[in-house]
Write a protein that binds this ligand. Sequence first.
Ligand SMILES: Nc1ncnc2c1ncn2[C@@H]1O[C@H](COP(=O)(O)OP(=O)(O)OP(=O)(O)O)[C@@H](O)[C@H]1O
Ligand SMILES: [Mg+2]
Length: 360
Amino acid sequence: MLALNAISKRYGDVSVVEPLDLVIDEGEFFCILGSSGCGKTTLLRMIAGFDRPTAGRIMLDGVDITDVPPNHRDVNTVFQNYALFPHYRVYDNVAYGLKVRKTPEAEIRDRVAAALELVGLSGFERRMPAQLSGGQQQRVALARALINRPRLLLLDEPLSALDRKTGEQMRQELADLQARSGITFVFVTHNQAEALSMASRVAVMNRGVFEQCSTPFELYQRPQTRFVGDFVGSMNFFQGVVTEVSPDRLGVEVLGQSRIERRGASDLAPGDTVVFGLRPEQLRVSLLAPKDYENGFFGQIERTLFLGEATQLSVRLKSGERIDVKVPNYLMLEDKVMGLEQNEDVWVVWSKGSGVVLHA
Ligand SMILES: Nc1ncnc2c1ncn2[C@@H]1O[C@H](COP(=O)(O)OP(=O)(O)OP(=O)(O)O)[C@@H](O)[C@H]1O
Ligand SMILES: [Mg+2]
């Protein structure tokens, strides 16, 4: 439905978006995830038509819209700051787009009512924006963008100004809203939890480039670059060398020990240098050596950090490296977490195959 063909943006001699290709299907909830300044808003503004790409074409439903002005594209945008008209009531904010199009008054009334119901704000018609909470203002902005049922809705960090609880609640509501309306969403965020919980697919953007574009599960389980591995969740990284490659086994030597892993790039050959990644939450600590189906490192607990639902242990390995392990606090007594203490000798253990092997 939406195709970006070698779209790029430069300001003078600074490249903000490198030439990139993207195809989004009808009905998708597509997320663009990246840190501040990586080019997300620039990309969204080109799709909306507020900025012209330096090169490349944008296609919507097979029609080249690169030179079509924003108000003639079947695309609406929800901006990060909501951009409500402060002196208009909720009703008039939502009705604005229809009034501009000279829609009959009776139809406007029905459609505003339907849009406000969709976002759970029936009864708020006469309020002014200043009389609404941040979450409610966000919903008004959504209703206003949804009212003329655009083919494509662009959302630029719409939840980032909300407190954590409200933001998490809105995630669920947005996902439901998208499913019910069937409108294709392109959602920009720097928050990986938002991307993982709502999106059908996620593109991870870094310095104007898409590093990986896949389902949330793939992104987390099979990151293709070190940046993605560490940006989506977090990861411990080590240097390694490939020792063995077969269809069901991938041998790597890490910290002078050989281990077998399966997950990772398949185009590796013995002797290749690799980056070996382990997620803190996929590790456990044990007083016993790893079993046959496991791998492990031996070390000493150097530091413990209580996080509420989990405790983060920093373990110093024999080789001098540190590794973070996140242990769920499943057993808590009245005044402490039952678990392992500082200075204790432990094994850091993981199931073979849960390590990620990447090209160095
Ligand atoms: N009009 C402009 N002229 C020059 N540079 C610009 C212009 N607009 C944006 N940039 C630069 O382009 C880069 C990408 O900006 P952009 O707003 O797309 O980032 P972003 O990913 O949306 O970041 P954030 O998460 O902070 O909103 C930044 O380094 C920014 O300084
Ligand atoms: Mg931005």
